[in-house]
Write a protein that binds this ligand. Structure first.
Ligand code: NDP
Length: 479
C-alpha cells in the first residue's frame, strides 16, 4: 500500500498520536492525504442525464451504405468498431431511481480509426422543444421547485401548456414507453437530422434509429413505483447482470435518408426535432448491429467520466441545420469542460483510438506528453503537421434574413398532426386508456393559484390534437 506519491504506508488505520490516548500529530501525512482525497471524490454531476449506466461492445456493419457515406466505419460489411454506450434517465439526480417516467438517454461512442463518433440520442425520436434557447427553462421545470425543493407537476404542466411544440414528446412520455423495463428493451434514436457525405462529396440528410433486438418491454406505473423503493438501481442491475451472464443485448441500427432536393420541397421542416420523418416516405435501411458485451471495470473511470458530444463526428458524417443540434454542438463540450476540464478528451475512456495532432497545449490536468518539444504554433518551418485539404464537407447553400423566427416559421406551427397520428393510429384503445390515466394522474398534482388556468390551457391543447383526448382527460380529472 502506498501514498499517491509512492511512499509505502505502514499504518492505514491508526493515526500517529501523542501518546496512546493523545491528540494527533500534524505530521501524519498519510492521514491528511486520505481525508483530503476523500473530500474531493465527487465531481459535478451532469445537469441532465446524471443517473446512468454503461457498457462496452461492438458495432458490426451488416449492410453496405458506402454510396451514402465515406465514413470508414461503414467501409465494408462485417467491419467491427468498438463502442461504449451510456444509458441514463434525464431529470433525476445521480442517486435517483431508474424507474422514473422520464425519457432515457442512449449515447453511443464509436471508437473509429478516424476518431470518435458520438451519437448522443434518446429513446424517443422527438423532443420537447425545437430551439436550444428554451432548454434551461424547460429543464428547470423537470427539476426541483426553487422554494420547496420538490418535483413540481405544476411547473411541468405550466410550461408544457404554454409550449405546444412539446405535445408530441409529452404523449410519448405519458404513454407505455415512458417507463422502459430497464435499458435493454427500448429503442434509441439519434433524434436530430444529421448528414452523410460520400466519396463524391454528395450530402444526404439522415436520421438514426436503433431498434432493440430484445423487443420492447415497459413497466406499468404501479410496478415502476414499487421498484423505486425495492430496487432504485433496477436498470443498472439488469444491464450488469445480463452482460455478466453472457446475455448480450443487441440493437439494429437503421437510417432514414432524405436528399437535399427532397428536403427543400418538404412542407414540414425536416430539421424540426419535435417531428419524425414518416416511414412510408422515408423507409428504414439497416446499417449494422450494436452489441454490448463487456461491463466496465470501474464505473467512475469509464462511465461517470465518459463524455459524449454530438459535435464529435468523423469524416463522412456531418451536422444539419437542426437548431437543437446546433445548440448541442456548443453545450455538450462546454458541459464536459466544466465537469471534467479542458483536457477531458485525454481521459482514457474518451481518448480517440487514432493519433491526435494539434497545437493545443497546457491546461488543467494535461496528462499526455503535451506535444513534447514540437512547435506549439502553426504555420511553422518544421512542417511536421499539415491540414488535410480534401474537402471535409460539400458547401451548403444557406438563405434567408438573419432574425429571431418565432416558432421557426409558418409550417412549423403544426404541433398537432403527428401527435394526432400517434394518439389515433399508433396506440390501441387500451394504450389510449392508460395514456389518459397517466396524464390525469400527473395533472392532479397541479397546485396553486394558477391550477385551473394551467389545466384548461392544457386541455385546450389536447383538444387541438383530438377532442376525444381532451374530453377523456377532462373526465378522468373529474371536471
Ligand atoms: P409507422 O406506422 O410507419 O411507424 C410507427 C412507428 O411507431 C414505428 O417506428 C414503431 O416503432 C413506433 N411505435 C409503435 N408503437 C409505439 C408506441 N406504443 N409508442 C411509441 N412508438 C411506437 O408511422 P409513421 O412513420 O408514419 O409515424 C406515425 C407516428 O408514429 C408518428 O407521428 C410518431 O408519433 C410515431 N413514431 C414514428 C417514428 C418515425 O420515426 N417515423 C418513430 C416512432 C414513433 P417500433 O418498431 O419501435 O414499434
Amino acid at each position: 500500500m502506498t501514498t499517491a506519491s509512492g511512499r509505502t504506508i505502514a499504518y492505514n488505520e491508526d493515526s500517529k498520536s501523542a501518546g496512546q490516548r493523545g491528540p494527533l500529530l500534524l505530521e501524519d501525512y498519510v492521514l491528511h492525504e486520505k481525508l483530503a482525497h476523500f473530500n474531493r471524490e465527487r465531481i459535478a454531476e451532469r445537469v441532465v442525464h446524471a443517473k446512468g449506466s454503461g457498457a462496452f461492445g461492438t458495432f458490426t456493419i451488416t449492410n453496405d451504405i458506402t454510396h451514402l457515406s465515406r465514413a470508414r466505419l461503414f467501409s465494408n460489411v462485417g467491419k467491427q468498431t468498438p463502442v461504449l454506450v451510456r444509458f441514463s434517465t434525464v431529470g433525476g439526480e445521480k442517486g435517483s431511481a431508474d424507474t422514473e417516467r422520464d425519457p432515457r438517454g442512449f449515447a453511443i461512442k464509436f471508437y473509429t480509426e478516424d476518431g470518435n463518433w458520438d451519437l448522443v440520442g434518446n429513446n424517443t425520436p422527438v423532443f420537447f422543444i425545437k430551439d436550444p434557447k428554451k432548454f434551461p427553462d424547460f429543464i428547470h421545470t423537470q427539476k426541483r421547485d426553487p422554494q420547496t425543493n420538490l418535483k413540481s407537476p405544476t411547473m411541468m404542466w405550466d410550461y408544457w401548456s404554454l409550449n405546444p411544440e412539446s405535445l408530441h414528446q409529452v404523449l410519448f412520455l405519458m404513454s407505455d414507453r415512458g417507463i422502459p423495463d430497464g435499458y435493454r428493451f427500448m429503442n434509441g434514436y439519434g433524434s436530430h437530422t444529421f448528414s452523410l457525405i460520400n466519396q463524391n462529396d454528395e450530402r444526404v440528410w439522415v436520421k438514426f434509429h436503433i431498434k432493440s433486438m430484445q423487443g420492447i418491454r415497459t413497466l406499468s406505473s404501479e410496478r415502476a413505483t414499487e421498484l423505486r423503493g425495492l430496487d432504485p438501481d433496477y436498470a443498472q442491475r439488469d444491464l450488469i447482470e445480463a452482460i455478466d451472464g453472457g446475455n448480450y443485448p443487441q440493437w439494429r441500427l437503421h437510417i432514414q435518408t432524405m436528399t437535399e432536393d427532397q428536403a427543400s420541397r418538404m412542407e414540414m421542416n425536416p430539421f424540426d426535432l419535435t417531428k419524425v420523418w414518416p416511414h412510408a416516405q422515408f423507409p428504414l435501411v439497416e446499417v449494422g448491429i450494436l452489441e454490448l458485451n463487456r461491463n466496465p471495470e470501474n464505473y467512475f473511470a469509464e462511465i461517470e467520466q465518459a463524455a459524449f458530444a454530438p459535435a464529435h463526428v468523423v469524416d463522412g458524417i456531418g451536422y444539419s441545420p437542426d437548431k437543437m443540434l446546433q445548440g448541442r454542438l456548443l453545450s455538450y463540450p462546454d458541459a464536459h469542460r466544466y465537469r471534467l476540464g479542458t483536457n477531458y478528451e485525454q481521459i482514457p475512456v474518451n481518448r480517440p483510438q487514432c493519433p491526435v495532432h494539434n497545437h493545443q497545449r497546457d491546461g488543467l490536468a494535461r496528462v499526455d506528453g503535451n506535444g513534447g518539444s514540437a512547435p506549439n504554433y502553426w504555420p511553422n518551418s518544421h512542417k511536421t503537421l499539415a491540414e488535410d485539404h480534401r474537402m471535409p464537407e460539400p458547401p451548403m447553400a444557406l438563405g434567408g434574413l438573419a432574425a429571431w423566427y418565432d416558432r421557426n416559421g409558418e409550417h412549423d406551427q403544426d404541433h398537432y398532426s403527428q401527435p394526432r397520428q400517434f394518439w389515433l393510429a399508433i396506440l390501441d384503445d387500451e394504450a389510449r386508456t392508460r395514456l389518459v390515466e397517466t396524464i390525469a394522474t400527473s395533472m392532479r398534482g397541479i397546485e396553486g393559484p394558477y391550477r385551473s388556468t394551467i389545466v384548461e390551457r392544457q386541455l385546450a391543447e389536447f383538444a387541438k390534437v383530438d377532442s376525444m383526448l381532451s374530453d377523456r382527460v377532462r373526465h378522468e380529472l373529474g371536471l
